[in-house]
Design a protein around this ligand. Sequence first.
Ligand SMILES: [Zn+2]
Length: 286
Amino acid sequence: LTDVIARAEREGHAVAHFNVSELATLKAIAETARRLSLPVIIGASEGERQFLGLRQIAALVRTLREDLGSPLYLNADHTHSIEGAESAAAAGYDAVVFDGSKLPFAENVRRTRDAVERVRSVVPEMLVEGELGFIGSGSTLVREVAPGVAQRPDDLTTPEQAAEFVRATGVDLLAPAVGNLHGLMIGPAPPRLDIPRIARIRSAAGVPLVLHGGSGLSDADLGAAIQAGIRVVHINTELRVAWRRGLETGLAADADEVAPYKILAPAIAGVSGVVESRMRLFRRPR
Ligand SMILES: [Zn+2]
């Protein structure tokens, strides 16, 4: 995964990161990435891991990687405890997001540094991502921005904080708050990213940047963010919406149909469509 991200850095594109909590979504992502011959990162947050099983997801991703012969990586997304990060390392995950973004800066630094040390003592080559700036939690439909979410320019991550955080913690990747937020905004206008800030943070931090909350952003903002130094883009809510719409279509098509794999076929098709469109966008020459 380190090499994949280094290559994205050299070539100026971004690697797609999609979350899963059940098999239909995972199949849709893995098969689409295989068809496009592109590497992809599968993410599982604490809630998603709890539902599908920490080790079960690792086994599914490992066997899909073997059977499809394609580069699938697994990330323990938004991990809030050091024990959780260690368990993901022991279960064979390739990367972990240690999320101290709700903590005061000094506490976030201290806990993230501990997580880096403990994870590396289990799996030295595992990638650890740190988070700076709170961008909300939950991949849901967002009607109004939750209190505490960094949106005003004064609350966004600064290049100085980013440099200090990376130096003090030793993280491999940094997720800043640059106008992005978790979930999918239902409203008149999507959130806008602070593109010049992304470029300044990238240059100050000295590590590749990860953009969380990629759902609902405009293609133009995503393209500009990648040009400014974003190397991994997280998409979750857009997949969940496509899954639900597909499931509704599958259920409505035939009230007597009871085979899950037939009912779920439109959900897989819908998720695959989102996956393909985002993966192509992130690779577009710019
Ligand atoms: Zn996230």
